[in-house]
Design a protein around this ligand. Sequence first.
Ligand code: PLP
Length: 302
Amino acid sequence: MSQFDTLFDRKAGNARKWADSVLAKKFGLTPNAIPMDLADLDFPVAPPIHDAVMARAAVSDYSYTYIPDAFNETVIAWNARRFGLELEADWLKLSYGTVPTLHYIVQAFTAVGESVLINTPAYDPFAEAVEHNQRQLITSPLKLENDRYVFDFEDLADKMARPDVKVFILCSPQNPSGRVWTAEELEQVGDLCLQHHVLLVSDEIHRDIVYPGVHFTSIWQACPAIRDHSILCLSPNKAFNLGGLKTSYVVIPDAGIRDRLAQQFAANSITSPNSFAIPALIAAYTKCDAWLDEMVAYVVAA
Ligand SMILES: Cc1ncc(COP(=O)(O)O)c(C=O)c1O
């Protein structure tokens, strides 16, 4: 019997996905419907994460925190070990979730009335980050070819050539299609952004959950030249079910882009992390490789 066979009552943790009131309001569903909309795990967190949070809870101090060096070291090691990505500590910025971060990025790198490009179908908050900030949403629909979504490169090039389009938010792997983009596809996307001077924002938070036999490539590996014209959005939230801790990070090698976003973080008062966030992230990134591999294999086999 696998640890993932145990039934787990998500309602006990106030999981939004399983809340009858939310399901009724959002989808008109009756109580006890089985929700399939929200991308979180219906498994308990990995035991080392539970232990780290419990140990932190035992310390009777939930006041303001700071970002210890161990955060940078752990993030750098995880990215190198799992993805072959060599990051530097200076490039990392902790934030309060990828969706809020997309809002700050839109605020920082576009003016009201300018445009942000996304692919459709899209995870709803991509459009919301644009529209909540009174920017124009420009969409480039993915094409369905042989039951697989692919980029429409001609359309992407046309839209990026528009002078009002300043930012492209890429979802890689893509939610909702599940596509893990190939290195060739990503190279073309990167080249187009460079050619049209469009800032690339690559949301790669689903990269940890990729089926065996499929290789995830970061856009930085597929198109190294885009690195200094881009922002990577990463977090342990999808792989380890930590969305409620409201913690994520961005990686920005270019000092100018990084400083601009830092100003926007200051404008939104992004300061110390949640008391439980750093212990949970460190436990996830140092003690849970085997748990993650087992979880993905279990989901694939189901
Ligand atoms: C592509 C994508 N980005 C971001 C998020 C949410 O990230 P966070 O919880 O860190 O705001 C999700 C959640 O499903 C997602 O699918």
